[in-house]
Design a protein. Structure first.
Length: 584
């Protein structure tokens, strides 16, 4: 046999001491390749390429050549998972199978006996095999296979609506395999930076999706998990203290979990659907670093404007946008900027997403009768300087917030409107008198989150592609554009992480006059634009020109405000009004 250890010493890839450790492991019965991986200190890829060259075996990066599920269906999943083998393709009657253990032939022999086929090894790294098995067979495939084997040993039961497949769901939910599978889903979601996990029942499948960087993506799960849907749902209900017997009404609960030293709060929402109960898990990382104003993605101009608003003695500052657009993060960044010993800051939130040192935070509890309105009313008796209301949802909350601002408090809150000019009209629509809105509202910041180009696979877009973009979008395309090619780090999407795009409207005397006249949001927008407001899309074009995101991403999350070839800001497409909001 070729003396691989000696060859590695000769090529100065191993020293004598390391070589002796490898030989000692090999003599104790550990396969040579495993002994080398364990004791040599060499990178897996480097070592496997050396072994491939010496033993005339091909080494392959399998990320781009993963097989389909139909091809893998003929191979026992349990053998593939236990032996860490991944069949790739069949060539001339021989199956090419990826492995990282060249000298451990027991797994391939087991496959040969189970299928009657011939196999030829292809070397690749263990991490690629693990990832490939996860993608091709699904998360927790080994656990599901175990559950299937156990269920096949169960006696036949009569299925009725009352018995839910004849299984005691309470006991099934506490089964070790179900617990393990749910834990695997949560762990995978956290590792992928998902903010939400969706369990969606359909007639013939239980679909699992992750929301990553604001976009839903299918999770690779074995199709067989549909058989264990009721037990999975019951497990999630139990750990979130919900009623597993109630299947006709929506329920909400919470879970606190610890993963790799990180504390994660999970909000659980259960809603009955046509084919069973759907569950959405919202993941909130308590250990996530609180962003400062400089990390939000604001331009220097908007950051300076926002900073000046934070120093106001009283008034209302609103941040608007849809759910998941980063409104609370922006407000927390603002609060952390002005958090000092001279100010008392009190918040009322649902939920409390970050724990802020030195700030008094109240959790809304509708069951106990602690709503935004009642909590805000109580806060006013605690001598606050600054108040954060998690969301203005109704007239009562809006009215108290306005009164608080008029009595010398600086009030921050969020509002669900599509843009900044829509905020005053929304408050008026809620029932707040226009004169109260005009006298209390100081600034509105609308925002969205756009995905950033993955720095690991970032590349310049060819000129031909830029011409297509210009024709399609009609915008002024920057001289150089970039995109993400797609890689392992970004899960093939080309995007990694997100940044905000902002629309900052300072409420000046002109805008106050329009609010008093109950002007439409379009009229308010026109006035704000004349004073220098930059739209969400124009701010997004700033990130494109700086090479941080793509035109497609900005178009996806922002609204086109152009009218008859020009936009509603009095500028040509792509031309930015840099005069800035007028600050009094």
């Amino acid at each position: 046999m070729i003396d691989i250890v000696g060859k590695l010493i000769e090529n100065k890839l191993l020293n004598r001491e390391t070589a002796e450790r490898v030989r000692s492991l090999s003599k104790s019965g550990v396969p040579l390749d495993e002994a080398l991986l364990t004791g040599s200190g060499l990178a897996e890829e480097t070592l496997l390429k050396i072994l491939a060259a010496e033993f005339n075996v091909s080494y392959r990066d399998i990320e781009e050549s993963l097989p389909g599920r139909e091809f893998l269906a003929v191979f026992p999943a349990r053998i593939l998972i236990d032996r860490q083998l991944l069949p790739l393709s069949e060539e001339a009657g021989t199956v090419m199978v990826a492995t990282s253990r060249l000298f451990d032939t027991a797994g391939i022999d087991e496959l040969r006996l189970a299928t009657g086929r011939e196999f030829k090894p292809v070397l690749t790294t263990p991490s690629q095999i693990r990832q490939g098995l996860k993608i091709c067979l699904g998360i927790g495939a080994d656990t599901v296979q175990s559950m299937i084997s156990d269920s096949e040993e169960m006696p036949i039961t009569v299925v009725t609506d009352e018995t839910e497949s004849g299984v005691d769901l309470g006991a099934a939910a506490e089964d070790a395999s179900i617990i393990r599978f749910v834990n695997q889903i949560l762990k995978e979601a956290i590792e992928l930076r998902a903010t939400d996990v969706h369990f969606e029942p359909f007639e013939n499948e239980l679909r699992v999706r992750y929301r990553i960087d604001g976009v839903l993506k299918d999770a690779a799960v074995p199709p067989e998990i549909r058989r264990f849907q009721a037990a999975i749902v019951s497990r999630l209900k139990i750990v979130s203290s919900l009623d597993i017997a109630e299947k006709r009404l929506p329920q909400d609960g919470r879970i606190k979990i610890f993963v790799s030293g990180r504390e994660i709060d999970v909000r659980v929402s259960v809603i009955p659907m046509l084919h069973g109960e759907a569950i959405v898990l919202r993941l909130l990382d308590r250990n996530a670093a609180l962003l400062g104003l400089a990390q939000l993605g604001m331009s220097e101009r908007d950051r300076n404007f926002f900073g000046r608003m934070l120093d106001l003695p009283h008034g209302i500052i609103l941040v608007t946008g849809p759910t998941g657009s980063g409104k609370t993060t922006t407000l927390y960044a603002g609060l952390s900027t002005i958090n000092d010993i001279q100010r008392k800051i009190v918040t009322i939130e649902d939920p409390i997403e970050y724990h802020l040192r030195g700030i008094n935070q109240i959790q809304v509890s509708n069951k106990a009768g602690l709503t935004f309105a009642s909590g805000l009313r109580a806060i006013l008796c605690h001598d606050p300087d600054v108040i954060l209301v998690g969301e203005i949802r109704d007239y009562e909350t809006a009215e108290i917030a306005v009164q608080a601002s008029l009595t010398g408090h600086l009030v921050f809150s969020t509002l669900h409107t599509n843009d900044a000019p829509g905020a005053p009209t929304r408050l008026v629509d809620m029932g707040v008198e226009p004169y109260l809105v005009a006298s209390s509202l100081e600034a509105v910041l609308a925002q969205r989150l756009v995905r950033l180009i993955c720095p690991h696979c970032k590349e310049e877009i060819a000129d031909a592609d830029r011409e297509v973009l210009r024709r399609e979008y009609g915008e002024e395309i920057p001289p150089v554009l970039f995109r993400g090619r797609g890689c392992r780090e970004c899960q093939g999407t080309g995007y990694l992480g997100r940044s905000g795009v902002f629309e900052f409207m300072h409420v000046t005397d002109d805008i106050r006059a329009l609010i008093l006249k109950r002007a439409s949001s379009r009229e308010i927008r026109a006035a704000a634009t004349r004073q220098g407001m930059r739209s969400l899309r124009e701010d997004g074009w700033r990130l494109i020109s700086e090479g941080f995101t793509t035109p497609e991403e900005v178009i996806r999350v922002t609204k086109d405000e152009r009218v008859n070839g020009t936009n509603s800001y009095g500028t040509a497409p792509g031309e930015l009004n840099e005069s800035g909001p007028v600050l009094e």
